[in-house]
Design a protein. Structure first.
Length: 122
């Protein structure tokens, strides 16, 4: 979702209210109980306009669009965190050997140049 950063942006004077129901998929029960009704989120004017336009075109309420976007974002962020933790554990245990990033990209560029040269010879 390319607009996710915009949708979740919290900078500006315009307000969008998310119902407690919209938060139910995002927060676990222990966290959600601190919300007694509504959560206020601030958007840039252009983001709010795009959100309302998407809601109008899709027929979905803005709460539902935000709930879907935030739930998807949090799920993806959690998966990335798990992957990074796993890779870190692999490196620390010695199962995976780290490589120098600059050396890797230098080698990649060299191999790409070799392939391009071979393509011109044919």
């Amino acid at each position: 979702m390319s607009d996710l950063g915009d949708i979740l942006s919290v900078i500006c004077d315009h307000r969008c209210v998310i119902s407690k129901r919209a938060l139910s998929l995002v927060f676990d029960t222990a966290t959600a109980r601190f919300y007694t009704g509504y959560m206020e989120v601030h958007f840039k004017p252009e983001t709010e306009s795009r959100l309302r336009d998407l809601a109008s075109r899709s027929g979905k309420p803005t709460d539902d669009l935000l709930e879907d976007a935030l739930a998807g974002y949090l799920e993806e962020a959690s998966a990335v965190r798990e992957m990074l933790d796993s890779r870190y554990d692999d490196i620390k245990s010695g199962r995976v050997r780290p490589i120098d990033g600059e050396a890797f990209f230098d080698d990649l560029r060299r191999r790409e140049d070799d392939l391009l040269k071979q393509g011109h010879r044919k």
